[in-house]
Design a protein around this ligand. Structure first.
Ligand code: GDP
Length: 142
């Protein structure tokens, strides 16, 4: 059995505003994730820009930042075996049109941009993203 791993996730503004957060959290728990940290927050422009800095040269960057700041999000630290990879699986493809049946994005995403959920793409990214949203004290308690 592989070791427990933590990853970072955001329930994006589209899913929070349309009342899908509870269903998404249930799906994650039913998929074996334990919620070890959770907070509702509203991203400032600079927080969203910093979080998506890797995409700053992409044509959709401004639109993505506007979307991610339009309303509250729920940031979460999630734990299970192989958490990073398993979360990417349960999220589904970036574009919901390509997402597998039963995935969060197939069930709840509106479009390639308004796609309901974020999940870290690698263990190193997960560590960085957890630190971006949770304090050292909170992370020690996770
Ligand atoms: P993810 O890891 O599956 O979330 O996808 P990426 O890291 O490639 O992109 C980050 C986020 O940018 C996605 O989750 C979408 O919200 C948005 N995004 C990605 N590709 C596109 C695109 O082609 N157009 C638009 N408008 N948004 C996109």
């Amino acid at each position: 059995m592989s070791e427990l791993q933590k990853t970072f996730s955001i329930i994006k503004p589209d899913a929070v505003s349309t009342g899908k957060a509870g269903k998404i959290i249930s799906l994650l728990e039913d998929s074996g994730f334990r919620i070890v940290g959770l907070r509702m927050t509203k991203l400032s422009q600079s927080q969203a820009e910093g979080f998506y800095a890797v995409h700053s040269e992409r044509p959709f960057y401004r639109s993505l930042v506007t979307f991610m700041t339009e309303g509250p999000v729920i940031v979460m630290a999630l734990e299970r075996e192989d958490a990073v990879k398993k979360l990417r699986e349960v999220m589904g493809a970036t574009n919901p049109a390509n997402a597998a049946e039963g995935t969060v994005r197939k069930l709840y995403a509106e479009s390639i941009e308004r796609n309901a959920i974020h999940g870290s793409d690698a263990p190193e990214t997960a560590a960085d993203e957890l630190q971006y949203f949770f304090t050292a004290i909170e992370l020690n308690q996770l």
